[in-house]
Design a protein around this ligand. Structure first.
Ligand code: MRU
Length: 360
């Protein structure tokens, strides 16, 4: 697959043309405004990830990769003249960035990958070390485009023309690089003239399904129907859904996986109605150091997102207790298969995920 510089620049997360900043589409403003944010400091990158201006596991990883490069380039242009000192400073920045969101493993995966390159070349002059960091960040980005394409191919093999697919949250191009993961097969199908129908859960409380998934699919000319999360059961019962495709933020070694809050409920419904349920993700989302779903850290977010965020007036009394976990864990027993860039992984997941991770 040939990936040009233009392909990279067109992604929702990319390096600015002067290579001094990470540029992102501010996802908090969609679908009403397309705003580009330019991030140059560790605080700006941290805030963009924390506030979900950039979100989706692979996109966060790409942002962290470019972010580490931009921070390194800034330090090299300033007072840092030694690669060992550069590494010491970047280790601190990396730990800070990782602390912005705990669940998606792609964030720490990308930061660690950038630090590893630098730690292996601390004998080089700073300028050369920084060039290596740029190449590594671009490699993370290119690999994601390739992986998403392969995931899309593999996912497409599981459905037939005219099928209805239910998805939850947003795992399209905005959340990755190109194509996306869960909706990658749909975009690829569209390119090939194959029509699929998508039911997009709105995804309370932050409405990624309404604001982002239905936006991306509608713009691409896909037959998309937006539903409230509590309508999924009815839509399945009506016989309109032939497969569920969802993304993932971290897949544990036994196949349990974390994804946007509400995903596990969709999986339970799918099992009830006998509908195949798949998670689609790149190998950068598989965490073999995490034995089961119980070991995945789950991010808790501000209750204001539930009580106030989208309304003219608060929808609950200020003193009402609120629980706002950003993700839940779907038990591997509810999963039909995991669609990766290296193929479709079926149970037993503990055995087969290991095999897929050992592949070149
Ligand atoms: O809180 P978010 O919007 O970052 O949650 C994102 C998801 O749950 C996605 O499904 C997941 O990151 C996969 S994106 C390809």
């Amino acid at each position: 697959m040939v990936i040009t510089q233009k392909d990279l620049q067109e992604c929702s997360v990319h390096l600015s043309s002067d290579e001094l900043a990470v540029e992102i589409i501010d996802q908090t403003q969609l679908p009403n405004r397309t705003l580009i944010l330019s991030l140059t400091t560790a605080k700006e990158i941290y805030d963009a990830i924390k506030s979900l201006a950039v979100r989706g596991a692979p996109a966060i990883g790409i942002c962290a990769g470019y972010g580490m490069y931009v921070l390194a380039a800034g330090k090299a242009a300033g007072a840092v003249t030694d690669s060992k000192e550069l590494l010491a400073q970047l280790e601190k920045d990396g730990a800070y960035l990782i602390s912005s969101r705990p669940t998606a493993v792609n964030l720490s995966w990308a930061v660690k990958r950038m630090l590893k390159v630098l730690s292996q070349h601390t004998d080089l002059p700073v300028k050369e070390a920084v060039d290596l960091l740029k190449a590594e960040a671009q490699a993370i980005h290119r690999e994601d485009i390739e992986m998403c394409y392969r995931i899309a191919e593999n996912g497409l093999s599981l459905v037939k023309p005219g099928d209805g697919i239910l998805t939850h949250c947003n795992a399209g191009p905005l959340a990755t690089s190109k194509y996306g993961t869960a909706t990658g097969p749909v975009f690829l199908a569209k390119e090939r003239g194959i029509e699929l129908k998508v039911f997009s859960d709105e995804t309370r409380p932050l409405l990624q399904g309404a604001r982002l998934t239905s936006y991306e699919l509608q713009k691409a000319g896909v037959d998309v129907t937006l539903i409230c999360d509590n309508m999924a059961s009815l839509v399945m019962k009506n016989g309109w859904v032939q497969a569920c495709f969802v993304g993932c933020d971290r897949i544990a070694a036994n196949g349990d996986f974390a994804n946007k809050i509400g995903t596990s409920g969709v999986a339970i419904l799918a099992k009830h109605y006998g509908i195949p349920f798949y998670t689609l993700g790149p190998r950068s989302t598989i965490d073999m150091d995490c034995p089961t779903g119980a070991d995945i850290p789950i991010e808790l977010r501000d209750p204001e997102e539930i009580k106030n965020m989208w309304y003219k007036e608060p929808m609950a009394l200020p003193e009402v207790k609120c629980y706002n976990p950003s993700f839940d864990v779907t038990d591997h027993e509810l999963l039909t298969a995991i669609v990766t860039d290296k193929g479709v992984v079926y149970p037993p997941f503990d055995v087969n995920l290991k095999k897929i991770m050992e592949m070149e």
